[in-house]
Design a protein around this ligand. Structure first.
Ligand code: E4P
Length: 218
């Protein structure tokens, strides 16, 4: 399973990259705003900065909601850097734009997906990635992981190439369960990725090894 980090924070992206397990980055307008990135030139520069830190795909989301605007913005984003993936909302216009970009070999990520039907449409439009938001579904008492299972089954039935990018991941068990179900990618915060490292028995075991080594080498 690929690991993407879901942030526009350059320090966190660098930290995840330094760990050696990072495959890409996802951003969205809220994450960009959280970092105080505003104004078209600053936004575009920030995407390029992210691309220079990581080696994998970097999702950059269009702001336009009409087809022509999405095409204009998406083309500009994709020309920024070869790692850019054009992120499009799961709307009628977004699906049309997804087809436009996939026909031209430009990578896409269809975002804000909350149902299997939406994921089926994204695959038919040739999306590179589909982003079901599992955490936001869990927030409203709906099983986000079950949606990943449904999409996996549908994509496997027909051999769709679209990669299931489990988004809105909140914690380590989301990651582990997505891996068990067969999500192709997960995107989550640095805390969830680093959380995978933790086990008290690892800490106790290491302390014991070091103590025994010190005793033997006094
Ligand atoms: C996906 O690409 C989104 O950026 C993201 O995962 C949303 O997560 P949130 O629900 O934590 O905002």
């Amino acid at each position: 399973m690929k690991f993407f980090i879901d942030t526009a924070n350059l320090d966190q992206i660098k930290e995840a990259q330094a760990l050696g397990v990072l495959d890409g980055v996802t951003t969205n307008p809220s994450l960009m705003a959280k970092e105080g990135i505003s104004g078209k030139n600053n936004v575009l520069k920030h995407y390029v900065d992210i691309c220079t830190i990581v080696t994998g795909d970097v999702s950059a989301e269009v702001i336009a909601t009409d087809y022509d605007g999405m095409i204009r913005e998406g083309e500009e984003l994709s020309e920024l850097h070869e790692q850019i993936v054009v992120k499009l909302p799961m709307t009628k216009e977004g699906i049309k734009a997804c087809k436009y970009f996939s026909d031209r070999g430009i990578k896409t990520n269809v975002t804000l997906v909350f149902s299997a039907g939406q994921a089926l449409l994204a695959a038919k439009a040739g999306a590179t990635y589909v982003s079901p938001f599992i955490g936001r579904l869990d927030d409203v008492s709906t099983d986000g992981l079950m949606l990943i299972e449904e999409i996996r089954e549908i994509y496997d039935n027909y051999g769709y190439d679209t990669q299931i990018l489990a988004a809105s991941v909140r914690h380590t068990m989301h990651i582990v369960n997505c891996a068990k179900i067969g999500a192709d990618v997960m995107t989550g915060p640095l805390s969830a990725i680093l959380g995978l490292l933790k086990h008290p028995l690892t800490d106790i075991g290491l302390a014991q090894f070091l103590a025994d080594h010190a005793k033997a080498n006094q």
